[in-house]
Design a protein around this ligand. Structure first.
Ligand code: MEV
Length: 328
């Protein structure tokens, strides 16, 4: 098979789940948006027959014939690099290129393990860079492969993180209709706060699975409420109704709290937001740490941001990303 010998570059955005995390794993709706923080990957074929991956201070370099199992994900650096190694092995074997070495350099603006889709964005950008080396830049194929790879990280993945990272924009997921893009009339100002508490999405998803097995009627009731919140949120996005959208964020958070996926630091960040003028706030992603998302009134965004930033937490204003995965 022919392949590009020059270096290729691709990047994919982080995501923020606005509504429906966890419930979406059980075929409920969700609204998720790509945001303007990216993971960028440079890839090149090498003639050393090695897979070498570098990401900041973390690196690994092993012979290409190495089995996936030799990379044990016990320390932090391997935890992040292991799924990327698996993506490389998967694409090489899919293309029948078992004797090709790869150098991969990763540059990330997305905090790892904080619910902002770093795993999905790393799978999407890695798969995209490798497909680009082997002359195939089809987004649907990138999504399908990245989704399979993300399943290695957490087995019950709904696929929404990889979808939004591949295609960008604000995405509505409906169980029977699949994914569709939402184009809001009005600008919304979103603030992300991170707790600094890392979580494993796979573990939290498993805990929710146990919760559901032990409390099936409570889970059913929460799902119905989450479904209704998502529908109302969709309408408020279309109508540009900030107040209603903010309320829906807070309502969604209450359901996640009952599900047991909040964390004292999340509660503190949310309280800080609501006490200082945010229109609503919720945890985003798997929870048990990670990040929160708050809606800030457009006309008072500076003032509210200044007040919130005085409290604990790390804060960043984000914008929606409409590009998804890009090359070059
Ligand atoms: C993780 O970002 C979102 C979850 O709903 C899991 C998933 O949808 O795969 C918790």
């Amino acid at each position: 098979m022919n392949y590009r010998t020059n270096k290729v570059v691709s990047s994919a955005p982080a995501k923020v789940i606005l509504f429906g995390e966890h419930f979406v794993v059980y075929s409920n709706p969700a609204i998720v948006a790509a945001i303007n923080k990216r993971i960028s990957v440079q890839a090149q074929v090498n003639d050393k027959l090695r897979i070498s991956i570098k990401s900041g201070e973390n690196s690994l370099s092993v012979p290409v014939i190495s089995k996936e199992e030799i990379i044990t994900a016990n320390d932090n650096s391997l935890l992040f690099l292991h799924p990327i190694f698996k993506c490389i092995k998967h694409v090489l074997s899919e293309k029948g290129l078992l004797n090709v070495g790869i150098n991969l350099d990763i540059d990330s603006q997305i905090p790892y393990g904080e619910g902002l889709g770093s795993s999905a964005a790393s799978c999407v950008s890695t798969v995209a860079a490798l497909y680009s080396l082997f002359s195939n830049r089809d987004r649907n194929q990138i999504y399908e492969t990245a989704r399979i790879m993300e399943q290695n990280i957490h087995t019950n993945s709904s696929g929404i993180d990889c979808y939004v990272s591949t295609f960008g924009g604000i995405i509505n997921f409906e169980p029977n209709k699949g994914f569709s893009k939402i184009r809001p009339e009005k600008k919304f100002t979103l603030l992300i706060g991170t707790t600094g508490v890392k979580h494993s999405t796979g573990k939290v998803v498993s805990q929710v699975k146990q919760f559901r097995q032990r409390n099936s009627s409570v889970f059913k009731d929460l799902s119905l409420k989450a479904h209704a919140v998502c529908k109302r949120a969709m309408n408020s996005i279309y109508e540009g109704n900030e107040l209603e959208l903010g309320n829906m964020l807070t309502e969604n958070h209450k359901l996640l709290y009952t599900l047991g996926v909040s964390h004292p630091k999340i509660e503190k960040l949310i309280e800080n937001c609501l006490d200082n003028g945010a229109l609503g706030a919720k945890l985003t992603g798997a929870g048990k740490g990670g990040a929160i998302v708050a809606l800030i009134p457009n006309d008072r965004s500076k003032e509210v941001l200044t007040r919130i930033s005085r409290g604990s937490g790390k804060w960043m204003l984000v914008e929606f990303d409409y590009d998804g995965v890009v090359f070059g």
